[in-house]
Design a protein around this ligand. Structure first.
Ligand code: GLA
Length: 383
């Protein structure tokens, strides 16, 4: 759906369901990570961009402390009380919203009860941060209906807490920051130690192509948390607080399990690659950016162990296209999407070729779509 169609349709759906008008529509985009994978929870560097696909919430405040939610794509609804927010086993999709509501209340923001209708264009569990987009859309809806302001960094932290405490994945902050702070036609170079964020222009003539493998992420939550623990073990073995502070020399001098050492090597080298990618983007050196993306994929496949047969196939096909600078899996891994940086004039021809070859090799129907880097979360006025 285009933004205009959503803006025409969502307030109408709100009226049909709640028999009154919505006051605002909050919008929060998904994200694609160009490079810097699993580095965020090691206080390292990341380079994501917000994407054009977003999650929308049409909302209006209520006079009581109740929050009523209708997820129109899932055809589900649920409600909770702001003074007694618990985890829902029956409606797990709502835990992201329950989690951020609990975080806002705990931080003493004047959250009000609200009615809301939710629609998302971001495929679930595909590595494009549909959950962070839902969290940020909810925060922006609460902030507009409760008439308060909140710094984006704190909004991101409240989203992260919802993931840790209401969902059970010990994620970093990249997804929430990208959804909150995205800038049109720019990637965001984020230092996850102090959360400083610099916008890096995507060079003219380059296009981001997202390629969804249509392979679901098996056991992603437990494997994700396991990677995080392995990083903590490696940091402790080297006597550094975070892997951000480690070096290859320290790694080679320390005694640790071989798998743990491989995980740590990925993080140390990936941090280096992010910094080099930022310099190459600023110089407009797309070939160098592509090579760094390619090595990032190899490292995630061989050292971090988060690729899959489908992701490797997709990345190989993307890379073999004329005009492809580089390609890699994006997001947590274990399934989901790959991302390629393409010469813009080569995108149209590449899409059908990659889609057909991927389907014949895997039997799965992929979705490939170019995206511009988009603006971060915001509130759109209802007409
Ligand atoms: C998920 C998490 C992020 C980050 C990525 C991997 O998207 O939510 O915090 O760790 O995986 O880079």
């Amino acid at each position: 759906m285009s933004e205009k169609t959503v803006m025409d349709d969502l307030p109408k759906r709100f009226r049909e369901i709640f028999k009154r008008n919505s006051a605002v529509v909050a919008r929060a985009p998904g994200r694609v990570n160009l490079i810097g994978e699993h580095t965020d929870y090691n206080e390292g560097f990341v380079l994501p961009a917000a994407i054009e696909r977003a999650t929308y919430m049409a909302a209006a405040p209520r006079k009581d402390r109740k929050v009523r939610l209708v997820a129109i794509d899932l055809n589900r609804e649920t409600s909770f009380d702001l003074d007694a927010i618990g985890i829902s086993q029956e409606e797990p999709w709502s835990n992201y919203i329950r989690g951020v509501a609990a975080g806002l209340v705990q931080a003493k923001y004047p959250v009000q009860g609200m009615d809301a209708v939710i629609h998302s264009e971001i495929p679930i569990a595909s590595g494009l941060s549909s959950s962070a987009a839902l969290e940020m859309a909810a925060i922006w809806a609460f902030r507009a209906t409760g008439h308060f302001d909140i710094p984006s960094e704190q909004a991101a932290r409240i989203g992260q807490r919802a993931e840790h405490e209401f969902v059970g994945t010990r994620t970093g902050l990249m997804d929430q920051l990208a959804s909150a702070l995205g800038q049109q036609d720019h990637a965001l170079f984020i230092d996850c130690r102090d959360l400083k964020c610099q916008a890096v222009p995507i060079p003219k003539g380059a296009t981001i192509l997202i390629a969804d493998t249509a392979a679901s992420r098996e056991l992603a939550f437990s494997a994700y948390n396991e990677r995080r623990s392995q990083c903590e073990t490696a940091a402790a073995a080297m006597g550094v607080p975070w892997l951000r502070d480690a070096t290859i020399e320290k790694l080679e001098a320390a005694a640790m399990d071989e798998i743990v050492a491989r995980r740590a090597r990925h993080i140390i080298e990936e941090n280096q690659r992010v910094n080099e990618t930022v310099s190459a983007l600023r110089e407009g050196n797309l070939q160098r950016v592509g090579l760094l993306m390619d090595s990032s994929h190899v490292s995630m496949r061989d050292l971090y162990g988060i690729s899959s047969r489908e992701l490797d196939t997709m990345v190989e096909l993307l890379r073999s296209q004329k005009g492809c600078c580089g390609a890699r899996l994006t997001g947590a891994g274990f399934g989901g999407c790959a991302v390629a940086l393409m010469k813009s004039d080569a995108v149209k021809a590449a899409i059908p070729v990659v889609a057909a070859a991927y389907e014949s090799r895997t039997g799965l129907k992929p979705s490939l779509y170019p995206t511009r880097a988009a603006a971060g979360a915001g509130v759109l006025p209802v007409k």
